[in-house]
Ligand binder design. Structure first.
Ligand code: SF4
Ligand code: SF4
Length: 297
C-alpha cells in the first residue's frame, strides 16, 4: 500500500529477546532520524504496553487518550437454567457455576463470545471493561503513540492491537517499539509487519535471547535483521549465529559510556550525537530495501 507520497508504506518492528538491550534506543533513534527527512511525519508506536517509555524520550505535548476495552459477559440469573454450558465452553476458565450461582472472572475473559453463543436461554449479555489506554501526540516531527496496560490487567494483546491500529495510519514510515520477550505480546506487535530488527548484545545472554526472538519471528513469517548494541569489535558467537541463520547484521552500536549516559538522560541518540542521524537513516533505508512491503495485513 502506498500512501500520500507514493512511496511504499513500510512498517518495521524493533524487538529483543529480553528488556534492557537498547530496543527503545534503536526505535526512537529510527523515528527521530526519519523526521524532517522528506517523507512526511514518521510514526513511532510503543507496543511495550506493560512498560512504555519511548514517549519519555520525545515528551509529546497534550497527548489524546483513548480507552481500550474488551467485552466481558454479564449474567442474568433470572433467565439462567444453570445448565453449565457456558462454563464448559469457556477455554479460559473465566466462568464457574457454583451451586446456583454463575461467577464471571473478567480478568480471565478473552472476549471470544463462546459463552453467549452456547447459552440456550439468552442469559448472557456483554459489557465493555476497560483494560488500558492508547495515547497519541506529536513531538519533534514524530507522531508518537503508546499503549498503557492498566495495573493488574493480564491482557496486553488488545492494547497492543489498539496502539498499532491508532498509530500507523497515514504514514510511509512506521516504527514499532515491540515488547521484550517472545510471548503473545511479541506476536501481537510483530505479526504482519514488513520486517523486524532484533536488538541484542554480544554476550551469551544476548545470544540466547536472540535465538528465541529469531525463532518467534520465523514462526510469524517476519523477515529480520540484527542490531548489535554495546558492540566491542571483532566477531563473536552472535555473528556466528547470524551467519548460520542467514540473518544480516545491520548495525553495530559500539559500547560507549557517552551513549549510555545519553540514554539515561532520556536523550534520543541522534539528538545527543548528530552522526547517529545518518546512521539510523541508513539503517531504515537498508531495512526498507531488504524487507519488501507486504501486501497482506
Ligand atoms: S467471552 Fe469467551 S473467554 Fe470470556 S467468559 Fe465467555 S467464553 Fe470465556
Ligand atoms: S449457558 Fe446460559 S443458561 Fe446455562 S448456565 Fe450459562 S448462563 Fe445459565
Amino acid at each position: 500500500m502506498a500512501t500520500g507520497t507514493g512511496r511504499p508504506a513500510v512498517e518495521l518492528c524493533v524487538v529483543s529477546g529480553k528488556g534492557g538491550t537498547g530496543k527503545t534506543t534503536v526505535a526512537v533513534g529510527l523515528a527521530v532520524s526519519l523526521a524532517g527527512a522528506g517523507a512526511g511525519e514518521p510514526r513511532l508506536v510503543d507496543c511495550d504496553v506493560e512498560a512504555p517509555n519511548a514517549h519519555l524520550y520525545l515528551r509529546p505535548d497534550a497527548p489524546e487518550e483513548t480507552e481500550v476495552t474488551v467485552m466481558v459477559p454479564v449474567w442474568d440469573p433470572g433467565r439462567c437454567c444453570r445448565c453449565g454450558a457456558c462454563a464448559n465452553a469457556c477455554a479460559f476458565g473465566a466462568l464457574g457455576l457454583f451451586g446456583d450461582r454463575l461467577v464471571v472472572f473478567p480478568e480471565h475473559c478473552h472476549g471470544c463470545g463462546a459463552c453467549g453463543y452456547v447459552c440456550p436461554e439468552g442469559a448472557l449479555s456483554e459489557r465493555p471493561q476497560r483494560i488500558g489506554v492508547v495515547n497519541r501526540g506529536r513531538a519533534g516531527g514524530v507522531v508518537v503513540t503508546w499503549g498503557v496496560l492498566d495495573v493488574g490487567q493480564p491482557r496486553a494483546v488488545p492494547v497492543i492491537e489498539a496502539a498499532r491500529a491508532r498509530g500507523r495510519t497515514g504514514s510511509d514510515q512506521t516504527v514499532l517499539d515491540g515488547p521484550p520477550g517472545t510471548a503473545c505480546s511479541l506476536a501481537a506487535a510483530a505479526r504482519g509487519v514488513d520486517g523486524a530488527v532484533v536488538v541484542t548484545e554480544p554476550t551469551a545472554f544476548g545470544l540466547h535471547d536472540l535465538e528465541l526472538a529469531w525463532e518467534s519471528l520465523r514462526v510469524l513469517g517476519v523477515p529480520a535483521g540484527v542490531v548489535i548494541n554495546k558492540a566491542v569489535g571483532g566477531r563473536g558467537p552472535v555473528h556466528a549465529f547470524c551467519e548460520r541463520k542467514g540473518l544480516p547484521v545491520l548495525l553495530e552500536i559500539p559500547l560507549d559510556r557517552a551513549v549510555a549516559e545519553a540514554g539515561a538522560a532520556g536523550t534520543p541518540l541522534p539528538d545527543a550525537f548528530p552522526r547517529y542521524r545518518t546512521v539510523f537513516q541508513d539503517l531504515w533505508e537498508d531495512c526498507a530495501a531488504r524487507f519488501p512491503e507486504r501486501t497482506s495485513p
